[in-house]
Design a protein around this ligand. Structure first.
Ligand SMILES: Nc1nc2c(ncn2[C@@H]2O[C@H](COP(=O)(O)OP(=O)(O)OP(=O)(O)O)[C@@H](O)[C@H]2O)c(=O)[nH]1
Length: 374
């Protein structure tokens, strides 16, 4: 009897050692998978880790719960259930932590909750006990998961059909899986945050770049953007042997307008004229830019002389139609210069030509278009 008793003991020790080794192997495989997993694969690998946990000592249900940022609710995010065991994952979402103060206190203070027999829970655990009884649980165990030393959730398991004395080894296995899962979740959260920060930075850079090329008052392009665009369009027109047209639009008597009605109205007029130009010239390759105080330049490739004059006349007409409560009447003078650029002609030459055209319009009475073609 004694010999047979020792033999049985040795056999059960050996079985336990083998199970422990198998568990270790399985966990190390899953750990490698988790380390290398993408966000999409992680869900599946965590569930595999729960299944491995269940295999080391026959559990009925293994799960992960995560707390919200404020530690007010918890949700069942991953679950493994043995065949025939009910899943409660769908209903265990956003559970109010305050309903189970005993469980939460244990988790916060001890980092684990170990229940060998649900019926033996202390009176203080009544809410928790009721919930376990509702789910038909007889024994359970859970260990905390931490992110930068802060409790983020827990991994746990239930036994439905029997009570169980949880061993130190059971708790150790659970701790191992909890650490593995929390490390993976932490890594994915960091990666997600990193991606968010990257996207925010990219957007901020794009906005900065746009601002660096935009006139802040009128929102059209600024002088820097005009210089760059004019150079590019000049080269393109020259290469293609096609016409390039520049419009210079200068508000008439703008100083007087400012002096009479104030700078605020002057600013509104600048924005309104810019808006008219921006809506009038919106074909691909066209650019509207604020050139100076009350001057705008428009680059327009590939329009013929008649179209250029029609466009200028439309601007003249639309500006005249602007009306303000103060009674200000606005007109503009427009110089139009059109040419098929030849090699030595630079952007400055074109600007001088269109400037001369607008000067001519001013000299001969303002509120008109002077068209020059070369
Ligand atoms: N409100 C406002 N005024 C500006 C701004 N930038 C420049 N100005 C004013 O624009 C006026 C331009 O005046 P001038 O160059 O003498 O031209 P003008 O009075 O329109 O005369 P003509 O062009 O000959 O018809 C100046 O008084 C500047 O102070 C601005 O951003 N806002």
């Amino acid at each position: 009897m004694a010999v047979s008793g020792i033999a049985t003991q040795n056999l059960s020790q050996a079985t336990s050692d083998i199970a422990q080794q198998q568990f270790g192997l399985l966990i190390s495989q899953i750990s490698t998978q988790l380390i290398n997993s993408t966000s999409a694969e992680t869900q599946q690998h965590i569930e595999q880790a729960l299944a491995a946990l269940a295999s080391g000592g026959r559990k009925d249900r293994c799960y992960v719960f995560l707390f919200d940022e404020q530690l007010t609710t918890m949700s069942n995010t991953h679950e493994w259930t043995a065949p025939g065991i009910t899943s409660f994952k769908a209903e265990l979402q956003n559970i109010d932590i305050a309903a189970m103060p005993w469980f939460f206190e244990q988790m916060r203070n001890q980092g684990q909750v170990v229940v060998d027999d649900v019926k033996q829970l202390p009176p203080a655990a009544i809410g928790f006990q009721q919930e376990l009884t509702r789910e038909g649980i007889q024994a359970m165990m859970a260990v905390g998961m931490y992110l930068e030393h802060r409790l983020m959730g827990f991994v746990g398991c239930d036994l439905v059909q029997r009570q169980h004395h949880w061993s130190a080894e059971d708790i150790q296995q659970m701790q191992l899986v909890a650490d593995m899962i929390s490390n993976t979740i932490a890594r994915h959260r960091t990666e997600t945050r990193l991606r968010q920060v990257e996207a925010e930075l990219r957007l901020a850079n794009e906005q900065l770049l746009a601002l660096a090329h935009q006139d802040s008052l009128t929102q059209v392009a600024n002088r820097r953007a005009l210089d760059k665009s004019l150079k590019d369009e000049l080269q393109r027109a020259s290469r293609m042997g096609r016409e390039l047209t520049l419009f210079m639009v200068d508000i008439d008597h703008f100083k007087q307008l400012n002096d009479t009605y104030g700078h605020r109205l002057g600013d509104s007029v600048l924005a309104d004229v810019a808006e008219i130009l921006a809506t009038q010239f919106r074909r691909s390759g066209e650019l509207v830019a604020r050139y100076g105080g009350d001057e705008f330049v428009v680059i327009s490739p590939l329009v013929d002389a008649a179209t250029a004059q029609t466009l200028a006349a439309a601007v003249l007409y639309r500006v005249r139609a602007l009306s303000y409560p103060e009674g200000a009447q606005i007109t503009v003078s427009i110089g139009v210069y059109q040419c098929i650029p030849q090699a030595p002609v630079g952007a400055d030459n074109l600007l001088q030509e269109v400037d001369a055209a607008v000067y001519q319009a001013k000299l001969t009475g303002r509120n008109q278009v002077v068209f020059v073609a070369n």
